[in-house]
Design a protein around this ligand. Structure first.
Ligand code: EPZ
Length: 416
């Protein structure tokens, strides 16, 4: 297994290019299943999760071609309605094929994704919505089976905003008979990007980005020609790294409108942030102020930025309270950060971070995607050498992260 070695103490300067958003690309690539022809997607990031979803789509019978950041998927070949355990277990977002398969093949058999390090990650709301649209749902032998001659429009309310739950039901609704109203939906930019992609294929989805989505079903969709939006979590990770190292970094090809909560918090920390079109320049503060954060569904502070921000708070001057309201177990990075000298105490869904710690390098273990990123960030400011093991977690969601960081002046290298 690869590991990444970081020597702390370097100041980051220069420009860094942000790639396409993993969490937009995954549902949008799956939405190619809804069209009976070849869809083309640009700015698709080179990530392990993208490889996983391409493998799954190929297994379902569609032809997938990749040239650089362009992916072409021909939905005409869709023939297999089963997403097997050995593919789904590699990436829980595979559950996103449930809606499209039920819509186009009238049946689906998808391995239940199960939990992961950060939480139980149930899919009850995905299934409740599909059932309300007329699908017959059976759970047996670790699989969910859904079937329906034709899904019909329904009024669906989500107990809690779920990103992939919203996306699954959007893709089920676009070919359903009648109008589907989804209430209390996720408002993430990745949900809006999916709605835009579906509408470019001829669907009628209105309200994306608000809490109510209204989708009028159509008979068929034409193939898409779509470019993937920038990854706001990759952008946020580099913004935090610049603030952490008191550097001067310009994030290029990002969408600042998706970074409002993160930029607001970084300004409260004391960083100087200048927005100029699709570029954001950040100059880290000499003194890092302690700031409280509470993760919320978009447009609140993103849970996917919580671990990264905790590193910044562990070297800030004061006390910070970090509340994680989305996932029940998303403080796994705390024990590893404490090994690097961070003073963090967890109580329930809150972590109290006492700043002014001097982090010191050590071997640490990555446990999930964003926790891995936080360990790299800690290594940038820890005194001495930090060795991050099991970086396959990192490769799921960050493309060439060590090259991008070394391009900014970090002393970082991968050992294969
Ligand atoms: C998406 O996961 C993202 N993944 C996650 O990013 C992100 O952390 C999460 O949204 C929250 O923003 C993708 O988009 C592929 P949820 P998702 O359903 O859709 C509860 C990363 O690092 N819930 O929005 O699985 C659930 O338990 C990953 O890139 C139900 O109770 O998250 C959680 O508490 C990690 N029942 C809350 O909703 C359901 O049926 C939000 O989960 C579905 C969800």
């Amino acid at each position: 297994m690869d590991k990444i070695i970081v020597e702390g103490g370097r100041l980051l300067t220069g420009d860094v290019h942000i790639g396409g958003a993993k969490n937009a690309a995954l549902p949008i690539l799956v939405s190619a299943l809804l069209a009976d022809g070849p869809s083309t997607y640009d700015n698709v990031p080179g990530l392990q999760d993208i490889i996983s979803v391409v493998n799954l789509l190929t297994h379902l019978g569609v032809e997938v071609r990749r040239e650089g950041n362009r992916v072409t998927i021909d939905g005409a070949g869709l023939s297999n309605h089963e997403a097997p355990y050995d593919l789904v277990r590699k990436m829980r977002a595979s559950i996103l094929v449930l809606g499209p398969l039920t819509a186009r093949l009238k049946k689906a058999r998808v391995s239940l994704p199960g939990g992961c390090a950060i939480g139980a990650r149930p899919i009850n709301l995905h299934l409740k919505g599909l059932a309300q649209m007329g699908a017959k749902i059976d759970l047996q032998h670790g699989y969910v089976e859904a079937s329906a001659d034709r899904l019909r429009g329904a009024e669906i309310y989500f107990d809690t905003p779920t990103v992939t739950g919203t996306e699954n039901l959007m893709m089920a609704a676009v070919l359903a008979d009648g109008v589907t109203v989804l209430r209390n939906v996720a408002r993430e930019p990745e949900v809006v990007a999916l709605a835009d992609a579906l509408n470019s294929m001829g669907s009628q989805a209105a309200g994306a980005g608000t809490s109510v989505l209204t989708i009028t079903g159509v008979e068929a969709l034409r193939p898409a020609q779509v470019s993937i939006i920038p990854d706001r979590i990759e952008a946020g990770t580099f913004l935090v790294a610049a603030a952490l190292t008191r550097g001067d970094v310009t994030i290029c090809d990002c969408d600042p409108a998706h970074l409002v909560a993160t930029i607001d918090k970084l300004r409260m920390v004391g960083a100087d942030v200048q927005i100029n079109g699709n570029r954001v320049r950040i100059q880290g503060p000499d003194r890092i102020n302690s700031v409280d954060i509470k993760t919320q569904p978009y447009p609140g502070f993103p849970t996917d930025m919580q671990a990264q921000f905790m590193v910044l708070m562990s070297v800030a001057c004061g006390l910070s309270v970090i509340s994680e309201t989305i996932f029940e177990n998303r403080f796994i990075h705390v024990s590893e950060l404490r090994r690097l000298g961070a003073d963090v105490r967890v109580s329930g869904n809150a972590a109290v971070v006492r700043g002014c710690a001097k982090l010191s390098g050590a071997p640490v273990m990555a446990t999930d995607l964003r926790a891995s990123a936080s360990l790299i960030l800690a290594g940038l400011v820890a005194e001495g050498t930090t060795e991050v093991n099991r970086v396959y977690h990192l490769d799921r969601g960050y493309e060439a992260i060590e090259e991008k960081f070394s391009g900014l002046g970090a002393a970082i290298r991968r050992i294969r």
